[in-house]
Design a binder for this molecule. Structure first.
Ligand SMILES: Cc1cc2nc3c(=O)[nH]c(=O)nc-3n(C[C@H](O)[C@H](O)[C@H](O)COP(=O)(O)O)c2cc1C
Length: 334
């Protein structure tokens, strides 16, 4: 069994507060793999979280980073600002400021020093030397792919396992080679294709919600599954109330692909902001600047209970989300 887990289930890392240490600890202590989404976390805060998780976990745990060198601004925002103002006129808010975003090398240095059991990454590939050094420290290294060329590149880099992210997945597309719009392979098709070209353990992700999905992935040869959306409505996750409510109640809506909330293609429950911004995709500044530029709008939306202006990240099958504890969810999968 992958990493000696009792359950071949990875709770997906989900950056910006969705996967607090308490969730990671709860998942890992049950015998699945808890993952901390370390994206944008300053290096020393990341160290604190790693130490807290390590102190309270018996099993392995995973630290995840965005291994992409982000474009530095300033960016042209006038057209974007005008359209945001028009769409969110009821919230009367300005664009926010883009803070210093730590480079992944700063964060990775901490991951290396802390000798974490598992490290996973998305949006790019760290340099070969990092992977070599992590493995020297006995860290199990997992890369994320959205198409076969990425599977080959990750294998060549020397990772220990690969997450195969299918098109159904919630949150951002992990594509780092080519256009994300050209890398939308259904989860089980991608798993089967990847299985043909590599002997590395494959972790199937995207739309996996219940026991039958897990069984299917394992039958098709996955070493484990990685589930994000299903964990968003667990009691222990950090999902904001309004987001939970949408996952559980907005079941007549679809989870669609958009770059309006972040500058990078991602799947979220369709709402007014996504619809209004669709014609202006070319005006959206690059990731991750847009994430921060929209913080005041998101804050105003949350304060007024308005889900139409929040990024309600969700996979295609979010309508099968249940209000459960982590224990109930994981045990229901087997
Ligand atoms: C709210 C949210 C945030 C996410 N953040 C990250 C992240 O920080 N790092 C990462 O590797 N994947 C992230 N993902 C993608 C997941 O790793 C995974 O591919 C996806 O959740 C699988 O599809 P599912 O949501 O249908 O289970 C995120 C997904 C969601 C829903």
């Amino acid at each position: 069994m992958l990493l000696g887990l009792k359950y071949p289930v990875i709770q997906a890392p989900m950056g910006r507060g969705f996967t607090p240490s308490s969730l990671v600890i709860a998942v890992s202590n049950l015998g699945a793999l808890g993952s901390f989404g370390g994206a944008f976390t300053p290096a020393e805060d990341l160290r604190k979280s790693i130490r807290e998780i390590r102190a309270k976990t018996q099993g392995p745990f995973n630290i995840n980073l965005f291994t992409e060198h982000f474009k530095k601004g300033p960016f042209e925002t006038a057209h974007f600002a005008r359209e945001v103002k028009r769409s969110a006129s009821s919230l009367s808010c300005e664009l926010g400021n883009v803070p210093h975003v730590p480079s992944y090398e700063e964060q990775l240095q901490v991951v290396l020093e802390e000798k974490v059991p598992v490290f996973s990454f998305t949006f790019g590939m760290p340099q070969r030397e990092w992977v070599r050094d992590l493995k020297k420290h006995k860290t199990f290294v997992i890369g994320s792919a959205t198409h076969l060329e990425e599977v080959r590149a990750l294998e060549d880099l020397g990772v220990d396992a690969i997450v195969c992210q299918g098109k159904e997945a919630g949150g951002h597309r992990g594509t780092f080679l080519g256009n994300p719009q050209d890398a939308l392979v259904p989860t089980f098709t991608f798993l089967k294709e990847a299985k043909r070209i590599t002997r590395l353990p494959l972790i199937s992700a995207g739309g996996i919600m219940d026991r039958s999905d897990v069984q299917k992935a394992l039958k098709e040869g996955a070493a484990a599954v990685q589930m994000g959306t299903a964990f968003l409505t667990c009691a222990e996750s950090g999902t904001p109330q309004l987001h939970r409510k949408a996952l559980l109640e907005w079941r007549d809506r679809k989870a669609v692909l958009t770059s309006a909330f972040s500058g990078k293609l991602a799947r979220a429950i369709e709402n007014q902001f996504i619809r209004d911004m669709a014609p202006f995709a070319k005006d959206v500044p690059p990731f991750p600047a847009t994430v921060f530029l929209l913080d005041p709008m998101k804050k105003a939306a949350a304060e007024t209970n308005n889900g139409e202006f929040l990024p309600l990240w969700a996979g295609e099958h979010f309508a099968r989300c249940k209000k459960l504890s982590v224990k109930e969810l994981i045990e229901s999968l087997f």
